[in-house]
Design a protein around this ligand. Structure first.
Ligand code: FAD
Ligand code: SF4
Ligand code: SF4
Length: 480
């Protein structure tokens, strides 16, 4: 092993080639090329095969990273794929969009001094290769079970749970209010981070594995939660969080101010070939406009980079803290800066100016004061520091909260937390309703794809235990 691995001293870190910013600005294609075989093996061989792999500990899925890196370095890609897909339902998706700098790579032992192993890119390479070589096959359970599970939400949490349950032979039906499968993978995250075909081939795989989809079907409107409980042995709620946070500032109702997700959904739909009136009319289209995005998370980064690609005249990102304290990935900020986005750190909106349509954002400079109870420095306005920034389109990317699900689903007994996320028993993952489980953002609040996958997998395990116990009890009663 030693000859092949531990190459981090002599081999510098290399990401796959990144397309030049000038080229990227003109299209919505992914920005990284794939690794070539030799490059993937070379980069995987930088791993020092730690006895205590911090990368694995800090991956929410506890992926067996050192082992699949070693197999990649040795050219044993089919085995690397088997290992990688044993713990992750969507390794090629996580490899593309996990904030690795905060998870596996940020905790790679060689990061101090030698720069981390490029774990995400190797993970993506392994599974992209598996797809190319036809190693990814539909699920054929060893035995079919008669019990069925209804899953509400076709985002990563629901899809991961569906795959795991299908592996165990359950009959799985997924209900989603959207017309497409994927949740935020399809309508939130832009193509330049995750090309839509990558999500769609997963959908095809699940359909080929006999998972049933009921699209354009909103639970609470087209079918009730009670009906699903009667129809299925267990129900999983994986509906995500969609209520956009707002700010109370004068002028916030002017035309030209829109929630970030409406804007990104319109762009994604347009890219998928849909006719999107709000895009056609220019309402949700940045072409030729001065765009100001408010926020510092992943959603804000996706908005600024989408606006650049739509041909905005200027794109500014307004964030009330500084670069070091922003929630978004540093890698994304770097991409955005390369693509021409102007970051206005330590600035907050005070008012939106204009007659009917917004023309300027009135901003105030911020000073970071003493840390609050959470340890974060408190933003404080600096008196008389106003600046007006020209804006024809303002996008609010201030985060998301859950909708009132008990009301939306006419299920008053469905327990929620103080934040309106679904309350579950973390051991059983069951909500306050018997046989109704929950996973993903609707439990955690806005989080990450990799956590949604983890929760979906865990929920599938708990549903399996629940249904097994229920079936055994029913058999015992029948035998008595
Ligand atoms: P979702 O993906 O939100 O899926 C929920 C599904 O439930 C949706 O399809 C919805 O239509 C459906 N649904 C809701 N209510 C009902 C109902 N009543 N009946 C039927 N169906 C219903 N994470 C990362 O790891 N990396 C990133 O780069 C990243 N970028 C992001 C960019 C944006 C713009 C956003 C908004 C989020 C981003 N995230 C990112 C976060 C990530 O997308 C989410 O954490 C993840 O998708 C949550 O998965 P989920 O399955 O819980 O919910
Ligand atoms: Fe890293 Fe995400 Fe892959 Fe885990 S799933 S190894 S955190 S890229
Ligand atoms: Fe390899 Fe880094 Fe993980 Fe150690 S922490 S096993 S060097 S990838």
């Amino acid at each position: 092993m030693a000859e092949r691995m531990l190459k981090f001293v002599g081999t510098p870190q290399a990401m796959p080639d990144k397309r030049p910013a000038a080229e990227r600005r003109r299209d919505f294609d992914e920005i990284y090329e794939g690794f070539a075989k030799e490059k993937a093996a070379e980069q995987a061989a930088r791993c020092s095969q730690c006895g205590v792999p911090f990368c694995q500990i800090h991956c929410p899925l506890h992926n067996n990273i050192p082992d699949w890196l070693k197999l990649t370095a040795e050219g044993r890609l089919e085995e690397a794929y088997e290992l990688s897909s044993a713990t992750n339902n969507f390794p090629e998706i996580c490899g593309r969009i996990c904030p690795q700098d905060r998870l596996c790579e940020g905790n790679c032992v060689i990061e101090k001094g030698f720069e981390a192993v490029t774990i995400g890119s190797v993970e993506k390479y392994i599974t992209d290769t598996a797809w190319q070589r036809d190693w990814v096959k539909p699920i054929l359970p060893r035995r079919e079970r008669s019990e069925s599970v209804g899953i509400v939400g076709a985002g990563p949490a629901g899809l991961a749970a569906a795959e795991q349950l299908r592996r165990k032979g359950y009959q799985v039906a997924i209900y989603d209010r959207y017309d497409r499968v994927g949740g935020l993978l399809i309508y939130g995250i832009p193509n330049f981070k995750l090309e839509k075909e990558i999500v769609q081939r997963r959908e095809t795989l699940l359909r080929d594995s006999k998972v049933t989809f009921h699209l354009n079907c909103e639970v609470g409107r087209d079918v009730s939660l009670e009906e699903l409980r009667a129809r299925h042995g267990a129900v999983l709620i994986a509906t995500g969080v969609y209520k956009a946070r707002d700010i109370a500032a004068p002028g916030v109702g002017l035309a030209g101010i829109a929630p970030a997700l409406d804007y990104l959904t319109a762009s994604n739909r347009q890219g998928l070939g849909d006719i999107v009136p709000a895009f056609e009319s220019g309402m949700l289209n940045a072409a030729g406009k001065n765009v100001v995005v408010i926020g510092g998370g992943d959603t804000a980064m996706d908005c600024v980079r989408t606006a650049v690609r739509q041909g905005a005249k200027s794109v500014k990102c307004l964030y009330r803290r500084d670069r070091a304290n922003m929630p978004g990935s540093q890698r994304e900020v770097k991409h955005a800066e390369e693509e021409g986005v102007d970051f206005v750190w330590l600035a907050a909106p005070q008012a939106f100016l204009g007659t009917e349509t917004v023309s300027h954002v009135r901003t105030v400079r911020i000073h970071l004061g003493m840390p609050d109870a959470s340890g974060r420095q408190t933003p404080q306005e600096i008196p008389n520091s106003h600046v007006n920034i020209e804006a024809d389109l303002v996008l609010m990317a201030l985060g998301f909260d859950p909708e009132d699900l008990p009301a939306a689903m006419s299920a008053p007994d469905l327990g929620v937390t103080g934040w309106n996320t679904l309350k579950i028993d973390w051991k059983s993952m069951m909500t306050s309703l018997d046989g109704v489980f929950a996973a993903g953002d609707i439990v955690r609040g806005a989080s990450l794809v990799v956590w949604a996958v983890r929760d979906g997998r865990d929920a599938a395990e708990r549903i399996h235990s629940y249904l097994t116990t229920k079936t055994l009890a029913a058999q015992r009663i029948a035998a008595e």
